[in-house]
Design a protein around this ligand. Structure first.
Ligand SMILES: *Cc1c(COP(=O)(O)O)cnc(C)c1O
Length: 477
């Protein structure tokens, strides 16, 4: 099977981006699939029985929008915590103990870092900025691991001084840099080697190749990984604790993890044979897929954990290795489904498609600056009218942003009630991962706030930017 590394658009995997088939009935336009929306989201029956707006953790989205403005990311705290806790429990095993590193790049804030620390998770960071935030938020330093293919001297130094748990080594240069920093500060630093195992996975497919054409990691097939290990074991300031592999993102097909684990254990056996010791930890990275639409069918944390344990057990038995500690790094699978975006509709246009169909362009007050995933990866999202329900017939719609770019699309094809109009609120589900984190200031649009909701209370997780914030960067003003 093949998947294109740049995403489905480039691999002709999306057949007919365009006109979806039959319209759906008006009731299904209001459905809230529990695999797509945060657990506490429902249609409000409270003070305003007729409107039936969305409610999250007991708070009406209309009230949240009025208080904090739109566009806005809304985060269900209990949902986030329960996903983090489910991962933690899934890897809590006597025979093969596991550690769960939250992949900070998916979404980071001091508040969510505290929730993650409470729930017993570790953290992976991949820049000095992410590290600084984690340290300032008081995240336990020994539970932080540092990733990235081009860590600077200063970033490495800051991490060594802070005493983080481990570095995931990604290049030969980095071996020398980390060793030098460790020597300078008179410490021994734990390292893993990021191995490019020749597996690349996207959603339903993966490719396993011999040659790995990408910037991350040290290649298994060319011997770069083995050479990195040789250099590391010679350096007294470095302690090789494990091997790491990360094969992709939004993966539903477990076969990619299986091949990766097989190759990683093979390398662990080669390390034993060459150097006479067994590594303690195998880190299989992140990439566990989530449901963006109600027919997506991702694995649960439990299913994934027992699958990985099964593979590792079998492979280690094959090589006569003792069972290692395992680690995983979910980002999307924790924060993705626990957040949604709330937009206000500004304009509505009807475009005749010339084939007896029309498409309704529904423009919202955000767009590619708060969600680049549709433009970048052809990501598909679920959208609902959020401020009310409607009996109007379904109309083929496209939810677009407010930016000066025709590719500024939030939801390419969806059905919305035909009476959606300026002033309505719409909600786009499962935007917790890689949306706020990848947000930009394109068109000098301030990045939205993130509001956490728990037990009937809404409070800021990240303040929204203001135009003054943006102007403050310009020294000529
Ligand atoms: C991005 C990334 C992750 C997290 O990926 P998700 O798809 O969000 O689970 C984990 N580990 C590494 C090394 C990554 O680069």
């Amino acid at each position: 099977m093949r998947a294109h590394p740049a995403g489905p658009r480039h691999g002709d995997m999306v057949s007919a981006l365009g006109t979806p088939t039959a319209p759906v009935d008006s009731e299904s336009l209001h459905e809230l699939s529990p695999i797509v929306w945060p657990k506490s989201v429902l249609r409000a029956r409270g003070k305003d029985l007729t409107a039936q707006s969305l409610e999250v953790a007991g708070v009406d989205v209309r009230d949240i929008a009025d208080e904090f403005g739109t566009p806005l990311f809304v985060l269900d705290e209990a949902d986030f915590r329960s996903r983090a806790a489910a991962f933690r429990r899934a890897y809590d095993d006597d025979e093969i103990p596991g550690t769960v590193y939250y992949a900070g790049k998916a979404f980071l804030s001091a508040t969510t870092l505290r929730w993650l620390a409470d729930e017993g998770l570790n953290l992976d960071v991949c820049s000095g900025g992410e590290l600084a935030l984690a340290l300032r938020a008081g995240f336990p330093t020994d539970r932080i691991s540092f990733h990235g293919n081009n860590k600077s001297h200063d970033e490495i130094d800051a991490a060594v001084i802070a005493g983080i748990g481990s570095f995931v080594i990604d290049s030969f240069e980095e071996i020398a840099r980390v060793a030098a920093a460790a020597t300078r500060h008179d410490v021994i630093v734990n390292v893993l080697v990021r191995v490019t195992v020749g597996v690349e996975a996207h959603t339903h497919e993966f490719i396993a190749t011999a040659h790995e054409d990408q910037k991350f990691g040290l290649s298994l097939s060319t011997g770069a990984a083995a050479e990195a290990i040789r250099r590391i074991v010679k350096l007294p300031s470095l302690n090789l604790i494990g091997l790491h592999s990360h094969i992709g993102s939004q993966i539903f097909d477990e076969a990619g993890f299986e091949v990766a684990a097989h190759r990683l254990v093979g390398l662990a056996a080669a390390v034993r044979d060459e150097h006479g010791f067994e590594v303690d930890e195998l880190n299989l990275g992140g990439g566990m897929g989530i449901a963006y639409q109600s027919d997506d069918d991702p694995m649960t944390a439990d299913e994934m954990a027992s699958l990985l344990r099964g593979i590792i057990k079998r492979e280690c038995a094959g090589y006569g290795l003792r069972l290692p500690h395992i680690a995983v790094e979910p980002g999307r699978a924790i924060v993705g489904p626990s957040m949604f975006t709330l937009y206000r509709v500004g304009t509505v246009k009807e475009i005749d498609l010339g084939n007896g169909h029309a498409r309704r362009y529904v423009s919202v007050d955000g767009g590619m600056s708060d969600n680049i995933r549709t433009a970048l990866y052809d990501a598909e999202y679920t959208v609902r009218l959020a401020s009310r329900v409607s009996e109007a017939d379904a109309v083929l719609s496209r939810v677009v942003g407010r930016h000066c770019e025709s590719g500024d699309i939030v939801v390419r094809d969806c059905w919305l009630p035909g009476d959606v109009t300026a002033g309505d609120l719409v909600a786009v589900a499962a935007t917790g991962a890689y949306c706020r984190a990848m947000a930009s200031n394109y068109n000098y649009v301030p990045r939205p706030a993130v509001v956490g909701v728990c037990e009937g209370k809404a409070s800021l997780v990240l303040r929204g930017e203001t135009i003054d914030d943006l102007l403050a960067f310009d020294p000529a003003l």
